[in-house]
Design a binder for this molecule. Sequence first.
Ligand SMILES: [Zn+2]
Length: 680
Amino acid sequence: MKPRPAALRAALTTLTAAAILASVLTTGPTAATAAEVPQPQTAAAAPTTADLSGDIIAVPPTASTPSSRRSTGATTQSESTQSESAQSESAQSQSAQAASTVSVEKIYVSRAAATATTADDSSSLKLDDASIKAAVSSLHDYWWEQSSHTVDIQLAGIENDSLAQKTCDANTTLNGVSAKAFGGSFANFSWINTHRHLLVLSREACGTVAFGTLGGNGGLIFSGYGTEQSLAVPILLHEFGHNLGFQHANAGFCRSAKVFDGTDDDFSLVPANTTTSVQCPVREYGDYADIMGYSLNGARPGLSSLQRSLAGYISDVTDDSAVGTRSFTIKPLSGSASGRSLRIVDPVSKAVYYVEYRIKSGADASNAEFAGYRQNCESITGGFTLCALGSSATSGSVRILRTLPNSNDSRTYPATVVLAAGLDSKNDPTRRDTHLDKGESFTDYGSGFSLKVTSLNPSSGAVVSVRLGTAPTFSAKKPATAATTTTLKVNRATQTYGSSTRITATARVSDREGGIPNGTLTLKRGGTTVSKGAVPKNGAVAYTLPKTLAAGSYALKATYAPTSEAFAASTSSTVKVAVTKAKSTTSSSLSHTKIARSGTPQVAVAVSAPGVTAPTGTVTVSANGKVVKRYSLTSAKKGRVTLSLPKFTTAKKYAITTSFIGSTSTASSKASAGTLTVTK
Ligand SMILES: [Zn+2]
């Protein structure tokens, strides 16, 4: 779907000025099948941290009470080892102390006609009572299971509301309906802390946008997707997650070919397709294996173990923070066996990580990671590529998550980040995905935590070896540098000395994906460097041979030298080119055709060659084939000279010819000057 970010955001800010951040959901394509690549839309929301701080200020005090919906999390965490992360995980700390209770979440559905006319109503939205009940039932089933039976969504009522907009505007619709629906019981944020939710489903497709309020123990949701489209329920699940206090599930890529992690300060949300200097840019929605990430048709993946732990939905989190090397078996997160998450505190840096094993079963049966989609990759500044999808549906994969620093307040859980720590079969550290396969390893920023995936078995679980402390890191799949290719092409193979039609050689370097690596591109002609400089944005450098390059054959070669270990050097094959001599023309004429033996005959010689202003070289004059005069033509003569011939002692006829022997740049040529008759 294509939300209109600016307009939507502005209106939402108005709506929620006194309370809660509303969030815009972006989704994948509307018609993706297993054979297609899901192409997520650009994230519409601005960085969450900024919006949160802006919205929190005016929250009524009653709304900031920590939620009572959180059930007991059996996460046995040691406060003393939490360090820097302790603050951002305050919600989790509370969850450990909270009582295990079932929270009943009442959902009120408004079937809203935004416009008075029915001509623009969409029949494919399916807003009959039975369809709405089925959708709410799906909402219930999903969250009941994900919350470990502590969130109980119940349908409280369905009613019809109508507005008189000229066209359906999503924000105006939600504003208008929430002011009057169900007797005004959702007006003025009266839903906060009531565990009541107003779901507004427009009869019109209404721009096919959806959004929900974040936090508040209750909330508002708008969806233009109805109940039965393939995105309808995934979107409702996601928006309801916001109402429950969940932020987006993101993906983080640390821009280094060696360290796939960063400090808290290194991570920051960065909009897609922007240049960034952030060390670990975080892509909003980038976690496809979490309902709070991108919504894709039919995909209803579970929440990550980190999200569930934050909310106290999961109690079988194993803690590890003691120095040493141990092996753990992590059970599939979508299963029921205990031991589904590993919580690691790096004893050196105190950073907190969650490790989980996801397989294609249970809620994750529809997880897009296992749907057979091709990898979905996007460029990150600096020649790096963040990929998603492509986990093995047979073996599943291991994921490492952390919270996004400074992303929560008292009414929300922190946003989550799945780390792009995995290499694919190309073994290219500049191109990574968000899961670890068997044999892959991860070492955190502080180097106090290393993990290697020993085996993956959907029945028995994932076995990981964890090293904590300062022991040597695992020898694991070594990141390779990315291969590059340098090519050299010429527009022609020969040029003639002095001619303006010249040889241009173009050197070009790229990586396997067609990306342009950083580094230096050098062009050599034989042993001479003729061009050297930083690789330009288009990866290509052109060099044109000089017009007056001496005739001969030359070997051209281009070399790429990388500036970082991320890319490998490469050299083009040698391209041979030739410079041919300029063609010369000699003309000559005698001063006399008849002369006495006492006379001194003269012959005027002119040598010319196109493109050559002053041919140089030896000129000879022959009489009946015998050289009688040899002269060295200098450039000062500009190709013209008049030569005096020696006296002839024998009276007879002589055939006088002139030759230009040529030079390194100019070919030879000759001419007849005519017949000279020598008399007594
Ligand atoms: Zn969202």
